[in-house]
Design a protein around this ligand. Structure first.
Ligand code: FE
Ligand code: FE
Ligand code: MG
Length: 169
């Protein structure tokens, strides 16, 4: 660990590592929720939805990468077991038990809205205390906002399509 890099952090480093590990747990659960969702999802616009879910699964892994790198820089240890993900998570895990496109999109929108709250909080916490973590949280937050938008756009298109189908009946 870099002692000078840690010494500029103006807050309790152990507390910060705990918060970063909570976010890391969220990211792994989000990754799997997207990944397995892309495998089981069914219904209209399936191909477009799968493409977005697969992309988001990869991007959540990228967030896990950023968080674990920062945790190690701070002298911490990234969560070592999947069991810990469930103990540490803020946003939880929604199994895609209903594979219909609309249900899967709604579950993942809920997850993104939770993630946006997590990184907004992290930015507020680190604003004056840790510019490196703040900058990382901003990078992730920008992508979570994009994720929510991408899913909402798909859901809106799906609703238009379904309402047209009902009209033509
Ligand atoms: Fe993420
Ligand atoms: Fe996301
Ligand atoms: Mg996207």
């Amino acid at each position: 660990m870099g002692s000078r890099g840690i010494s500029i952090v103006g807050m309790d480093v152990n507390e910060l590592v705990t918060i970063l590990n909570k976010a890391l747990s969220d990211e792994w659960l989000a990754h799997y929720q997207y990944w397995v969702g892309s495998k089981v999802v069914a219904g209209p616009m399936k191909d477009a939805v799968i493409a977005e879910l697969v992309q988001h699964a990869a991007e959540e892994m990228g967030h896990a990468e950023l968080l674990s790198t920062r945790i190690i820089q701070l002298g911490g240890t990234p969560v070592l077991t999947p069991e810990q993900w469930f103990k540490s998570t803020t946003c939880g895990y929604d199994a895609p038990e209903d594979p219909f496109v609309q249900a899967v999109l709604q579950q993942n929108i809920k997850g993104e809205q939770c993630a946006i709250g997590v990184y907004d909080q992290l930015m507020k916490l680190t604003k004056d205390a840790d510019p490196v973590t703040y900058n990382m949280a901003l990078q992730i937050l920008e992508q979570e906002v994009e994720h929510e938008q991408d899913l909402q756009d798909l859901l809106d298109d799906l609703k238009i399509m379904l309402s047209r189908c009902h009209m033509s009946e």
